[in-house]
Design a protein around this ligand. Structure first.
Ligand code: NAP
Length: 272
């Protein structure tokens, strides 16, 4: 049965649906892909590193689910077209792939690296939506979840490319919410909080002369104090957006650090 609650672990029943998760080789994307598999969806697991996506797909299959591992660089349009050809029908799209770099003040930034960040974190999200939407609209059902960041507010020096891209992802999501009204297709975004993944390892290891000692102390402090969220927490928020309870939401940006949002998915608020 589709779109009902899965009584076992309060996750939605997504059997019969195909979900494509970008950046699913590790971190938040991996956790979301595994949960989607548990919910009965066929999962297209994609990222650039073949060994990681194959391991995730194998884990989904071992748990009795169905999965396809497909290598693609979301920042390369031809690769994204080929990915969607390979995936076939896509009912659920989780735009999760992202990079933090280049970590650099604007005055110092390498223009091609900066534009490369936008290509992955924003253009890739647009193109995946562009390729998924016609089929979703034709079938009258579809769900898009875009993974944003609190950095969309632009409050951290040296993160201009990342912050600009995430602000763009949130604006794109808001526009989609308007365009998709009444179609049965929904697009929402999540801010996952500060999560214990490779991305945080890279942030803590950024060169001090570029990122600044205050920023380094802040992020190293989160790790030392044990306040990073496990990737399963934002994955639960992503899955909640696919449940009937979230059916009325469209064009919204939900921050896991908002106590109302974390309470909705059964998490106790976490302070940093
Ligand atoms: P992560 O552990 O570094 O995982 C990122 C995933 O994205 C990997 O599977 C990576 O695989 C993939 N990826 C990166 N560039 C790609 C590209 N060009 N094409 C396809 N796949 C690509 O990071 P994470 O923390 O789980 O981040 C997931 C999302 O959450 C990102 O959008 C990030 O901005 C967002 N987020 C994270 C945090 C946090 O604290 N961790 C906070 C707020 C928002 P390959 O390198 O193999 O391609």
């Amino acid at each position: 049965m589709r779109s009902q609650e899965n009584s076992r672990d309060n996750l939605p029943d997504l059997s019969g649906r195909t979900a494509l998760v970008t950046g699913a080789g590790r971190g938040i994307g991996r956790a979301a892909a595994l949960m989607l598999g548990q919910c009965g969806a066929r999962v297209v697991v994609t990222a650039r590193t073949q060994s990681e996506i194959e391991a995730v797909a194998a884990e989904i299959r071992q748990a009795g689910g169905e999965a396809l591992a497909a290598v693609a660089d979301i920042g390369e349009p031809n690769a994204v077209y080929a990915l969607f050809d390979q995936a076939g029908v896509v009912d659920i799209l989780v735009n999760n792939a992202g990079i933090i770099g280049p970590i650099s003040p604007v005055a110092d930034a390498d223009p091609s690296e900066w534009m490369g960040g936008i290509r992955i974190n924003l253009d890739g999200v647009f193109l995946a939506c562009r390729l998924a939407l016609p089929g979703m609209l034709e079938r009258g059902w579809g769900r898009i979840v875009n993974v944003s960041s609190g950095a969309a507010r632009g409050h951290t020096a040296a993160w201009s490319a990342y912050s600009a891209a995430k602000a763009g992802v949130e604006a794109l999501t808001t526009v989609l919410g308007i365009e998709l009204a009444g179609t049965g297709v929904r697009a929402n975004a999540v801010r996952p909080g500060v999560v214990d993944t490779e991305m945080q390892v890279e942030i803590r290891g950024a060169p001090e002369q570029r990122f600044g000692s205050a920023n380094l102390d802040r992020f190293r402090g989160y790790k030392e104090r044990g306040v990073l969220r496990p990737p399963e927490e934002p994955a639960r928020l992503i899955l909640w957006l696919l449940s009937p309870e979230a059916d009325q939401l469209n064009g919204e940006v939900l921050a896991i650090d908002d106590p109302e949002v974390s309470a909705r998915i059964g998490l106790t608020p976490r302070s940093r």
